[in-house]
Ligand binder design. Structure first.
Ligand code: ADP
Ligand code: MG
Ligand code: MG
Length: 377
C-alpha cells in the first residue's frame, strides 16, 4: 500500500546512489517524518529515505542547510578525535540537482542518508546504563558543536522553545476562548500563570549575555539516539530541530522523558513519580561530556531547564485544549487536558524535589570537574 502512495522509483532515481533496483520498507517509530528503509541489492548498501514534514518545517531549504553544516562539522570533529565519521554521524546523499533534497511530482520534499547497520533505538529508557548513554550522547553532541557559531543556522521552527512566545499563545487562547472551555480550566490556567515569571529566566539570562547561544538538538528523546550492538552510543539522529538554543533546553527535555515513571499523558496522576536514579545516570553521562566547556552559569541553568520543559509542554497542551484541539492529535475528547494535568503533576514533583536534584547536579559537576583536573592528560 505504501508503494502506491508515492512514485518511489522517480524519487529514488534523483539520488546519487548508483542503483536502480531497490526494495522499500516503511521504517521506525518517528512521528514527524515518513521514513523508509531502501535496500539496494545491487550495491549491497541500505539507505534511509525520508519525506520531510513541510507542514511542521516551513523552511526546508534552511533546514537542509543546517543539517549539512552540522553533519560536516561533526564529521570533521569525530575524525580528528579518531572516531569513524561514517558510523557516528549521519551521511546525507546528494541529489542530481546538486542539493541534498529533491521534490516529488506533488511538491513533497525528500532526503536520503546512509542506513546505519547493526544499530537500535529505544522509545523508553529503562536501565541506568541507557540513561547514562543518553546523557553521553546529547552531551557529546553539544560538545562537538560548541566551537561552531550558532549564527550559521536558521531557526527551523521559529520560537520553538521560546517560553514568552508560548505564554503569549496561551494568553491569546484565553482571550478568544474558542472552544468555550475556559471556565472548566481556571485552576490549571492559574497554576501555569502563577509560575510564568520564574520560567523566563533562561531566556532573560540569554538576552543579558549570561548564557551563550549555542547549537542544540531540541528534540532529545531517547529514540533519537542510535546505539550499537553493545548498547553504547553510536550516533545522534533526527537533526531537523538542530538550531540555536541554550544547553538547558536539551538537558531539560531529555530529563522530562527519562525521569517520569509514567507516560506523557498518564491519567492516574498518582502514578507520576520521579525516577531519580535515572536522573543521576543521565546527569553523570551528560556532564562527563560537557564539563570541559560549560560555564558556571550554564551549569546553574540546567535545573531551570528541568522545570521549564515540562512547564512549556503543559502551556502548549492547555493552549491547544482552549483552542479546541487544533494542533496535537487527540485520542479522547479531553486528551489535551489530561496531558496538561500530567505535565503539571510532573512539574509539581520536580518542584518538590528541586533541592535534591540540584544537589545531584552539583555533586556530579564537582565530581566530573575533579576527575578532569586530576587526570594525567
Ligand atoms: P522522526 O523525526 O519522524 O522522529 P527520525 O529521523 O528520528 O524521524 O527517524 C525515525 C526512526 O528511524 C528513528 O527513531 C530510528 O529508529 C530510525 N533511523 C533514523 N535514521 C537512521 C539511520 N541513518 N540508520 C538507521 N536507522 C535510522
Ligand atoms: Mg525521531
Ligand atoms: Mg524529528
Amino acid at each position: 500500500k505504501e508503494e502506491m502512495k508515492y512514485n518511489f522509483s522517480d524519487i529514488i532515481a534523483q539520488f546519487s546512489i548508483g542503483a536502480d533496483a531497490f526494495e522499500l520498507v516503511p521504517f521506525g517509530s518517528g512521528h514527524i517524518n515518513d521514513t523508509y528503509r531502501v535496500k539496494t541489492p545491487a550495491n549491497g548498501r541500505d539507505y534511509l529515505l525520508q519525506k520531510i514534514n513541510d507542514y511542521v518545517f516551513k523552511d526546508v531549504d534552511g533546514l537542509m542547510n543546517n543539517m549539512l553544516y552540522v553533519t560536516n562539522h561533526l564529521k570533521q570533529k569525530v575524525a580528528k578525535a579518531g572516531g569513524d565519521p561514517d558510523k557516528e554521524v549521519l551521511t546525507l546523499i546528494p541529489c542530481n540537482n546538486g542539493l541534498y533534497y529533491c521534490r516529488d511530482a506533488e511538491g513533497g520534499y525528500w532526503r536520503m542518508t546512509t542506513f546505519l547497520h547493526n544499530t537500535k533505538s529505544y522509545d523508553l529508557v529503562t536501565t541506568g546504563n541507557q540513561a547514562y548513554q543518553g546523557g553521553m550522547a546529547f552531551g557529546r553532541f553539544q560538545y562537538l558543536l560548541c566551537d561552531m557559531s550558532a549564527a550559521m543556522l536558521v531557526d527551523t521552527i521559529p520560537n520553538f522553545l521560546n517560553i514568552e512566545f508560548r505564554l503569549q499563545q496561551l494568553a491569546d487562547a484565553i482571550r478568544h476562548n474558542a472552544a468555550g472551555r475556559l471556565e472548566k480550566v481556571k485552576p490549571e490556567v492559574d497554576f501555569l500563570l502563577s509560575r510564568a515569571d520564574g520560567m523566563r529566566d533562561i531566556l532573560q539570562w540569554g538576552r543579558a549575555g549570561i548564557l551563550p547561544l549555542r547549537i542544540t538538538h531540541n528534540d532529545t528523546k531517547f529514540n533519537n539516539i542510535l546505539l550499537d550492538e553493545h548498547d553504547n552510543i553510536q550516533c545522534v539522529i533526527d537533526l531537523d530541530t538542530v538550531m540555536p538554543g541554550y544547553v538547558a533546553y536539551d538537558f531539560g527535555d531529555a530529563i522530562r522523558s527519562i525521569i517520569s515513571t509514567a507516560a506523557e499523558d498518564e491519567a492516574n496522576l498518582d502514578a507520576i513519580q520521579l525516577n531519580i536514579p535515572l536522573f543521576e545516570e543521565f546527569t553523570k553521562g551528560y556532564l562527563n561530556q560537557t564539563i570541559s566547556f560549560l560555564s558556571e552559569q550554564e551549569l546553574k541553568s540546567l535545573i531551570k531547564g528541568v522545570l521549564l520543559l515540562p512547564y512549556m509542554q503543559a502551556v502548549r497542551f492547555l493552549t491547544d485544549y482552549l483552542n479546541g484541539d487544533v494542533y496535537y492529535k487527540i485520542h479522547s475528547p479531553n486528551h489535551n487536558l489530561q496531558r496538561t494535568l500530567a505535565q503539571m503533576q510532573l512539574l509539581k514533583m520536580l518542584e518538590l524535589n528541586k533541592v535534591k536534584l540540584t544537589a545531584i547536579i552539583e555533586r556530579e559537576w564537582f565530581g566530573s570537574y575533579n576527575n578532569r583536573v586530576l587526570s594525567p592528560d
